[in-house]
Design a protein around this ligand. Structure first.
Ligand code: SMG
Ligand code: MG
Length: 376
């Protein structure tokens, strides 16, 4: 396959409700889509970088810039390009895993569409539907939180994840546990808001029978997570810390993580995400698929990934309606059984709906070997 061009397209999508975490509030997404134009056809990628560098150092303007300025020339210089080459070619550039993942996803979609193969089967999926969890943001008051949780359970979600931060944690989670009863799968995500000194405080969560505590400490505090794991009975799950299969192995061997959240954007692509999965599976560590408020494009890819064998916990792979009044693709719906079907068509198995795409596009630039055309 020869890469002929990359379209860097920005779309604006309002969330159905604000999503507050310990690091900020998302109300509208400004999303970078990447279209790979190849001599075998086109493919789509979605960059999960947010507008501001709060979840991680990446942000959407920076991702677009690094793709155009540094990644594109390297990829255009290849006489032929396969998706499996992208990560190695871009490894000369430090960091920017979300930007790298978006480009790899677009090339992979083009390649698989041309071959008539679904992403799920290419990655090694063993399921045709995956259990859906939902991530519930921090709310202004506990009644709003309880109402949202009850609404999601009524929708059919099989697992609830509560965002927490210091001061809005144990009591809030206890209120939810009391309301939903002992059988609902419940977990929390701190997005790195605590320090290792909070161990005794976080141990108060143990009696609430949680599946896991996600990323309590800063991403680089692996040693702190090891200490915490000895103070808290609830399993520690790492998200932000795990940026590669190598780091996943290190976290597991050191006892910093008993469970791992896999996000392709965080680890530089769906192919590295499979490597993280394989590393965890070999170590007997369960994984689940994280979410970054994706459109239907990224959601399709996440569902394919979540169909791999070691994804034994429900992920943040919710239905389109959890995020958007109108999704960019045909909407993903929650089945009566609380599962979402894994796409089966070639590549991602979904495409942007042309009318929706036009309506929400705020800018488009085409990067080609001969130069750049189009808006900002
Ligand atoms: O896509 O449902 C989703 C969001 C899931 O909580 C979620 N993601 O740390 O796991 C996480 C957060 C990161 C994104 S917050 C803007
Ligand atoms: Mg997280």
């Amino acid at each position: 396959m020869k890469l002929l061009g990359l379209e860097l397209r920005r779309v604006a999508m309002p969330l159905v409700r604000p999503f507050r975490t310990s690091f900020g509030v998302e109300t509208d997404r400004d999303i970078l889509l990447v279209r790979a134009e190849t001599d075998a056809g086109d493919g789509w990628g979605e960059c999960v970088a947010m507008g501001e560098p709060r979840y991680s150092p990446e942000y959407v303007d920076g991702a677009q810039h690094v793709i155009e300025r540094f990644f594109a020339p390297v990829l255009f210089a290849q006489p032929t390009l396969a998706a499996a080459d992208v990560a190695a070619l871009l490894a000369v550039f430090e960091g920017h895993p979300m930007a790298k993942a978006a480009v790899e996803m677009a090339v992979l979609d083009a390649q698989l569409r041309a071959a008539g193969t679904s992403l799920a089967s290419h990655l090694g999926a063993v399921r045709d539907r995956v259990p859906a969890g939902v991530s519930v943001g921090i709310t202004d008051d506990v009644e709003t939180l309880l109402a949202q949780v009850e609404g999601y359970l009524a929708d059919g979600y099989l697992r609830i994840k509560l965002k927490i931060e210091p001061g809005l944690d144990v009591e809030r989670v206890r209120a939810v546990r009391d309301r939903v009863g002992p059988d609902v799968l419940l977990q929390v995500d701190a997005n790195a808001a605590y320090t290792v000194d909070d161990g005794p405080h976080l141990a108060a969560l143990d009696e609430l029978d949680l599946l896991l505590i996600e990323q309590p400490l800063p991403p680089d505090d692996i040693a702190g997570h090891v200490v915490l794991a000895r103070q808290v009975r609830t399993p520690i799950c790492l998200d932000e810390s795990v940026t590669s299969a190598r780091i996943a192995r290190d976290c597991i061997e050191r006892g910093a993580a008993a469970i791992i959240n896999i996000k392709a954007g965080r680890v530089g692509g769906y192919l590295e995400a499979v490597a993280v999965h394989d590393t965890c599976a070999a170590a007997g560590v369960p994984v689940w698929c994280g979410g970054m408020l994706e459109t239907g494009l990224g959601r399709a890819a996440n569902l394919a990934l979540a169909a791999l064998p070691d994804f034994t916990l429900p992920g943040d792979t919710s239905a389109s309606a959890r995020y958007w009044a109108t999704d960019l693709t045909e909407p993903f719906v929650l089945g009566d059984d609380g599962h979402i079907a894994v796409p089966t068509g070639p590549g991602l198995g979904v495409e942007p709906l042309p009318d929706v795409l036009d309506a929400i596009t705020t800018a488009s630039r085409w990067v080609r070997p001969g130069g750049v055309t189009g808006g900002p």
